[in-house]
Design a protein around this ligand. Structure first.
Ligand code: SF4
Length: 76
């Protein structure tokens, strides 16, 4: 499988990505609401049971199901 995104990756830093969603920078991203995570983001490609999955914002890598970034969008 593709490597997991690291919080220190430049794209991760740019998007405020945290592998643990609860560590999201609430001061910088006040729109973050507890409970938001990749697993329930519209862009997440993983299956509900997967620990990680693809995200179009991180080509060639996987994001954690319990991660979060500032591009989080509610599933329709
Ligand atoms: Fe996770 Fe969604 Fe951000 Fe992709 S866009 S890293 S799935 S929160």
């Amino acid at each position: 499988p593709a490597p997991l995104v690291q919080d220190s990756d430049p794209q991760a830093v740019a998007l405020g990505y945290k592998s643990d969603a609860t560590k999201a920078d609430k001061a910088k991203y006040p729109k973050y609401v507890a409970g938001q995570q990749c697993a329930n983001c519209a862009l997440y490609q993983g299956k509900p049971t997967d620990a990680a999955g693809a995200c179009p914002l991180f080509a060639g890598k996987q994001v954690g199901a319990k991660a979060w970034c500032s591009a989080w969008a509610k599933k329709a």
